[in-house]
Design a protein around this ligand. Structure first.
Ligand code: SF4
Length: 230
């Protein structure tokens, strides 16, 4: 990679303003301080936009209420109707029912009991829950407890690869965790903002990007090898 990781985070920090309403999990945490609600919000945002997920979340909250008990007892057809506009809503209905039931049965409906186990135990227990992979677990751990983790979503994977930071989830996550110190959550949100606004999957705005002199993709684009094809 052509620039230091800290330099990249610092440039993004100067380039973008972070608004909590652009990130459903953050918005829900700031409003409710309830990790279970953050979990459901994060499941709803998987493979869909935060804006679409927010509408589904609000409808589900109004119709059923976002609690482990309420959702585990709710009619799946009601959940499905509330979240019908988000991607993979059939699968998400199943996951929401299963994860709510498991949290109700194993933790009395209180996911704080998992988060309070500390690292790495809390992370191990979270990824055992239905529908919870490393990214969703890390979103919960950093948002609700400020644990030293760094969630990697598709935007951050794409940006990292283009900059020249390659590898699996754990490798990319530990790179950003180390370079962002105590600004981890902010750096995570800055990278997502950069992916949404500039380093888009299709037609990234490289000519106006604040990272273009750091970027291997851009160097290839301007050099003899031609643009990235995958
Ligand atoms: S130069 Fe282009 S590919 Fe590289 S980080 Fe910026 S927008 Fe993304």
């Amino acid at each position: 990679m052509k620039c230091e990781g800290k330099e990249i985070v610092s440039r993004l920090d100067r380039a973008y303003k972070i608004k909590s309403e652009d990130f459903l999990a953050i918005e829900i945490w700031e409003k409710t301080r309830d990790p279970f609600k953050v979990l459901i919000a994060t499941i709803l945002t998987q493979n869909t936009t935060d804006k679409g997920a927010k509408k589904a979340y609000e409808e589900l909250d109004k119709e059923v209420g976002i609690t482990a008990e309420g959702l585990s007892r709710a009619d799946p057809e009601v959940i499905k109707r509330c979240i019908r506009k988000v991607g993979l809503h059939n699968n998400k209905t199943k996951v929401i029912k299963e994860v709510s039931t498991k949290i109700l049965n194993e933790y009395g409906g209180d996911i704080n009991k998992v988060l309070d186990l500390g690292l790495p135990k809390a992370r191990e227990k979270l990824v055992e829950l239905p529908g919870v992979g490393k990214k969703t677990a890390d979103v919960l751990l950093i948002t609700c407890r400020d644990y030293p983790v760094f969630p990697i979503d598709t935007h951050i994977f794409r940006i990292s690869k283009r900059l020249g930071i390659d590898g699996n989830y754990d490798k990319v996550s530990s790179f950003w965790r180390e370079v962002s110190d105590n600004l981890r959550l902010r750096a995570h949100l800055l990278l997502i903002t950069h992916g949404r606004a500039t380093c888009k999957a299709i037609k990234p705005k490289c000519d106006t990007c604040v990272l273009n002199d750091c970027c291997e993709y851009y160097a290839r684009l301007r050099g003899s090898q031609g643009p990235e094809t995958s």
